[in-house]
Design a protein around this ligand. Structure first.
Ligand code: GDD
Length: 309
């Protein structure tokens, strides 16, 4: 496999690079940032001509399209920007691939946020569940999932769309629930801040958390065994209340006096109460299942922030 990862310097990109190298792949990557690394390219996905040049140069067999804006809460701040980056950026990439080499396998990374307002919360979300996104982020990804059908059926392109649910792990930026909680608890324990209080948002939401190291294994296996034009959920199948995440992270704290403050500012214009996925379709073609326990993931995340200077 000669892989090109867009967004290689991001949280998932770094883990995927490691996984693909371990599998023996040759790995190249793109990022918006400038840096010196001969397998990395600085590229803006809004510039189609540059993407064409890049694909001609790298000649990948597989493209893992991770680049994009991933923060759901921030997606209300600049809605046109998220549509531009996540939706138009992906269309630019697909058009460029079509022009250069239709045989390249492309994995587009969507999200469980595409499902949006799920009505039957007694059932796990499958790929057959209707998409009714309610956040700008969810809409930006749902649009891609609809477009890939056109590219695959209309142009015969080899595209697969993935819908990962919440993925967590060491190295994730602040702005996501496990990092926001772990960071504050670590700061208190290190004595960096002079308070015994952490600020949190909606603790009632139920989400399906999977360690990023399991997620990238799934991406690799889907790249090998997935069927063109199909959509695959990537998730654990377990629903966990955000409150429970907080309790588990607090259990690692030496300081047992930490107080919790719920800040309404952390709430979103719409925050769906429940997302739990079904990964049977993925398991059926790859035998993949998540291995890393939630406790280990959270412990690694806590240690990551605790060890960071
Ligand atoms: N970020 C954050 N910070 N979320 C909080 C906090 C907090 O302090 N307190 C409570 N929450 C709640 C949010 O309101 C939400 O219900 C839940 O925790 C998860 O929030 P995030 O970790 O920000 O993730 P997300 O579900 O909005 O989106 C993530 O998962 C998607 C897949 O489901 C992101 O990783 C997306 O990129 C991804 O596609």
């Amino acid at each position: 496999m000669r892989a090109l990862i867009t967004g290689i310097t991001g949280f998932v990109g770094k883990h995927l690079e490691k996984q693909l190298i371990a599998e023996g792949a040759e790995v190249f990557g793109t990022s918006r940032n400038s840096f010196i690394q001969n397998r990395y390219y600085q590229i803006d996905l809004l510039n189609k001509e540059n993407i064409i040049k890049l694909i001609n140069e790298v000649k990948p067999t597989h493209i893992f399209h991770l680049a994009g804006m991933s923060n759901v809460k921030n997606s209300w701040i600049d809605i046109s920007k998220i549509i531009e980056v996540n939706t138009i950026g992906t269309v630019n990439l697909l058009e460029a691939i079509y022009k250069v080499d239709n045989g390249i396998r492309i994995l587009t990374i969507g999200s469980s946020e595409e499902y949006g307002k799920v009505t039957n919360i007694d059932k796990k979300i499958t790929e057959e569940t209707s998409i009714r996104p309610v956040t700008p982020y969810g809409i930006s990804k749902a649009a891609v999932s609809m477009l890939i059908k056109q590219f695959q059926q209309g142009y015969g392109m080899d595209i697969i769309h993935l819908r990962p649910f919440n993925h967590i792990g060491p190295g994730q930026k602040l702005g996501f629930v496990t990092t926001d909680f772990a960071y504050q608890i670590a700061l208190i324990n290190k004595g960096v801040i002079n308070t015994n209080k952490i600020v949190v948002g909606n603790l009632e939401a139920v989400r399906d958390f999977t360690d990023v190291r399991d997620i990238v294994k799934a991406y690799y296996l889907i790249a090998l065994h997935g069927k063109a034009g199909e959509i695959y959920n990537v998730c654990s199948g377990n629903g966990i209340k955000v409150q429970k995440i907080l309790e588990m992270l607090l259990s690692f704290s030496k300081n047992k006096e930490i107080k919790i403050e719920i800040d309404p500012e952390k709430n979103r214009p719409s925050d769906l109460p429940y997302y739990v996925g079904d990964y049977k379709k993925l398991n059926h073609i790859t035998n993949w299942e998540p291995i890393i326990s939630l406790k280990k993931s959270l412990n690694d995340i806590y240690n990551y922030w605790n060890l960071l200077q």
